[in-house]
Write a protein that binds this ligand. Structure first.
Ligand code: HEC
Ligand code: HEC
Ligand code: HEC
Ligand code: HEC
Ligand code: HEC
Ligand code: HEC
Ligand code: HEC
Ligand code: HEC
Length: 362
């Protein structure tokens, strides 16, 4: 029964997104999320006047949807926690890829649900399963997440005058001017000198980070989410920039501008024709497994976010995490790279093949 909700919800949700996107691109809807709430900003619609193609791509990424005013989230048919109507919600957090959480009209994250608001939790919706789960159940939880979820954020004040929201922003969600800086002057007199373009991993790492960049926090057998920068710095690609592989304006499906084979052509050639290549498995299946969890784990060693560690330790006794489980060690073990698919095998079995993993069955 629970699964059914997810199965029905997802197609309706995608249809809703597609309809709303076309109306926005056609200029039929002016979004509050695209109207500057601070001086010096122009707003994505203004940028689109000269950078239309980039704007269209960007609208298909998750960035602009990170924090949505309730009236925009309701357009695409996101579900509500039990006991709430859209009038009881000010913003929706996420709900694009993994999970959604909700901000009440007082600016605090909703943590009590049910008709009488006496149920603690059941306040986070997981998209993959259609289930409601607990997030800080019953706590008085301010929305203090603006640093990574909004544009032009400042810690001072309370957005929209809502007590529970810590800080103010120019736009909810990650918009053009979060990455490029305030662009009103540039939009009025375009030049390279009055707009920022930062290609460093650190610029993305401002948000795709957790805690200290030199450590990789873990919990319950998985790497925790939004740690791509921490992971990259521990990987053999530490000197690369995120934008060496990612087009920052494109949705993930089409964002990868340099695939593994473009730099590792020798290994790609070896891999071609191997057993696993023939059954459709890719470099990412072994080297970027979902060893990270945001919302759900659907099977053993299977989280829901791809990990950016790349290097596989093929020692059958290697441990992915420190003994206290709090940190990842900075490489992938055979559990995450092999056994998540070969569930009936063990690491000793996988280790026999690991050194020639690219030519299995050739
Ligand atoms: C009136 C047209 C116009 C508008 C509006 C506009 N741009 Fe531009 N933009 C340009 C032109 C033209 C260039 C190329 C300037 C050059 O090469 O000297 C440019 C260049 C850029 C660059 C590249 C800078 C570099 O160092 O290579 C970025 C980034 C950029 N714009 C972002 C934005 C953003 C963000 C907005 C909205 C806030 C925006 N633009 C609005 C016309 C515009
Ligand atoms: C250091 C930056 C940072 C902070 C602080 C942060 N987040 Fe996030 N959050 C991210 C990033 C980056 C992602 C997406 C990448 C990932 O999950 O690996 C994300 C994803 C999410 C998602 C899933 C979005 C979706 O579409 O499925 C939710 C929900 C969320 N965060 C809620 C929160 C809440 C609530 C807070 C504050 C209590 C918070 N986050 C604080 C950076 C941050
Ligand atoms: C997540 C951060 C991010 C967001 C959001 C973002 N950009 Fe960019 N943008 C970048 C980075 C980084 C580059 C440089 C890419 C490179 O050179 O590899 C860039 C490059 C550009 C350029 C230079 C030309 C090009 O294609 O490289 C323009 C113009 C531009 N962005 C406009 C925009 C506009 C308009 C928006 C919103 C509709 C936007 N950007 C949203 C990060 C971002
Ligand atoms: C201001 C914070 C912030 C910055 C800066 C930022 N991101 Fe993100 N990014 C997020 C958040 C939050 C999400 C999750 C959005 C969601 O799922 O609702 C996300 C999601 C993503 C995703 C996955 C979702 C998708 O769009 O398909 C990719 C890939 C990504 N970011 C890459 C980048 C890159 C590359 C840069 C640097 C050019 C960057 N980000 C800069 C906050 C940020
Ligand atoms: C833009 C070029 C580039 C791309 C794209 C790229 N790599 Fe690499 N990769 C490198 C370089 C350069 C090194 C060597 C770093 C070093 O010597 O420490 C490397 C190192 C590695 C290593 C460690 C090698 C060792 O000796 O231990 C692995 C594993 C790896 N890459 C896997 C991948 C996978 C999987 C992908 C695709 C998801 C990928 N790479 C995409 C350039 C690239
Ligand atoms: C079946 C899982 C699997 C697939 C698929 C896979 N690899 Fe590997 N790869 C491994 C394992 C395991 C190792 C570690 C071998 C060792 O310990 O010597 C490895 C090692 C590597 C290394 C570092 C060592 C070396 O030989 O230089 C690179 C680089 C690499 N792989 C790139 C790739 C690329 C690129 C692809 C896709 C064309 C790919 N791999 C596909 C499992 C895989
Ligand atoms: C060596 C290439 C490479 C580098 C460098 C790289 N990525 Fe990725 N990234 C990928 C690939 C490949 C994927 C998987 C794309 C897919 O699923 O189609 C990915 C996926 C992601 C995702 C989505 C994860 C998921 O499961 O939904 C996020 C978020 C992301 N990258 C952010 C970043 C950030 C931030 C940086 C820099 C700190 C970065 N990436 C550096 C290659 C790279
Ligand atoms: C994404 C899933 C996936 C991952 C990850 C994966 N495999 Fe496989 N593997 C398969 C599938 C599917 C087959 C084909 C099964 C068949 O046809 O019998 C296969 C076949 C094999 C075979 C040949 C058939 C057999 O069972 O003897 C070996 C050996 C093997 N894999 C080892 C590995 C090792 C070692 C790793 C990690 C380095 C790995 N695999 C990672 C899915 C995966």
């Amino acid at each position: 029964m629970r699964r059914k909700i997810g199965l029905i919800f997802v197609p309706l949700f995608l249809l809703g997104c597609a309809m709303v996107s076309s109306q926005i691109a056609g200029g039929k809807i002016v979004l509050r999320s695209e109207t500057p709430a601070k001086e010096g900003y122009a707003g994505p619609q203004k940028c689109a006047e000269c950078h239309q193609a980039i704007y269209n791509d960007y609208r298909a990424t998750a960035h602009p949807y990170k924090l949505r005013p309730a009236e925009e989230a309701r357009l695409v048919g996101l579900p509500l926690p039990d006991g709430y109507t859209w009038d009881d919600v000010s913003y929706v957090i996420g709900g694009r890829r993994w999970k959604s959480r909700y901000v009440g009209t007082d600016g605090y994250i909703i943590t009590m649900t049910g008709k009488n608001r006496d149920v603690k939790g059941k306040n986070q919706f997981n998209l993959a399963t259609g289930e409601w789960v607990d997030y800080h159940p019953g706590e008085k939880k301010p929305y203090n997440c603006g640093k990574c979820h909004t544009s032009g954020y400042s810690e001072e004040g309370h957005q929209d005058g809502l007590e529970g929201i810590i800080g103010t922003w120019a736009f909810p969600g990650v918009s053009c001017e979060e990455c490029h800086g305030p662009g009103k002057a540039h939009a009025a007199a375009p030049a390279k000198t009055n707009i920022k373009k930062d290609t460093s991993s650190a610029a993305c790492g401002k948000c795709h980070i957790r805690g200290d960049k030199d450590k990789i926090p873990a919990s319950k057998g998985f790497i925790r989410h939004h740690e791509q920068y921490n992971e990259l710095l521990a990987s053999p690609h530490r000197d690369m920039q995120c934008v060496d592989c990612h087009d920052p304006h494109k949705p993930l499906r089409t964002a990868i501008i340099a695939d593994c084979a473009s730099c590792h052509s020798d290994i790609a050639a070896q891999y071609k024709g191997s057993k696993m290549e023939r059954v459709g498995k890719t470099c990412e299946d072994c080297h970027m497994p979902m060893a990270t969890k945001s919302a759900v784990s659907t099977a053993k060693w299977q989280g829901d976010v791809r990990t950016h560690l790349f290097r596989i330790n093929s020692d059958p006794n290697a441990k992915m995490f420190t003994d206290d489980g709090k940190w990842a060690k900075g490489y992938l073990t055979l559990e995450f790279s092999c056994l998540k698919c070969h569930l009936d095998r063990d690491t000793a079995w996988a280790a026999q093949y690991a050194k020639r993993a690219h030519v299995i069955g050739k």
